[in-house]
Ligand binder design. Structure first.
Ligand SMILES: [Zn+2]
Length: 126
């Protein structure tokens, strides 16, 4: 009888610790605070995919999905996430950025509008 009680308590503890990160209010608050306007379509897709990965990991933890399905679904989700992340990265790379200006003599980085190098004093031409 004692063994049964100990096993039962361990089971409760295991379920509790598995569920805790998903149920914690901080995590829920963070998910709920995702403001759709602040994210691009790709970023929202990425957030959604990451949630789905978490969900499938959770399903595996509690045993409602078998190992084979878990690996298939997870790798599909990871591939999709990678595509979305690549797309986000290329958007960022393609965004116009002001080219940094460097002194022709000492190569120090200089502000765009300055007429002289702040490092060596060389006059800068446009
Ligand atoms: Zn210089």
């Amino acid at each position: 009888m004692t063994v049964v009680i100990v096993v039962f308590i361990l089971l409760i503890a295991a379920v509790y610790f598995t569920l805790m990160p998903f149920m914690s209010e901080r995590v829920l608050a963070r998910y709920q605070s995702v403001n759709q306007d602040e994210y691009s379509a790709d970023e929202l897709k990425k957030i959604n995919l990451l949630r789905q990965i978490k969900e499938v990991e959770f399903e595996r933890e509690i045993g409602i999905i078998d190992q084979e399905d878990f690996h298939r679904v997870k790798s599909e989700l990871m591939n999709e996430t990678k595509v979305v992340m690549d797309s986000i990265a290329s958007e960022e790379t393609n965004a116009p950025k002001p080219a940094p200006r460097h002194c022709p003599k000492c190569s120090a980085r200089v502000p765009k509008e300055s007429k002289f190098c702040g490092h060596c004093g060389t006059p800068l031409t446009k």
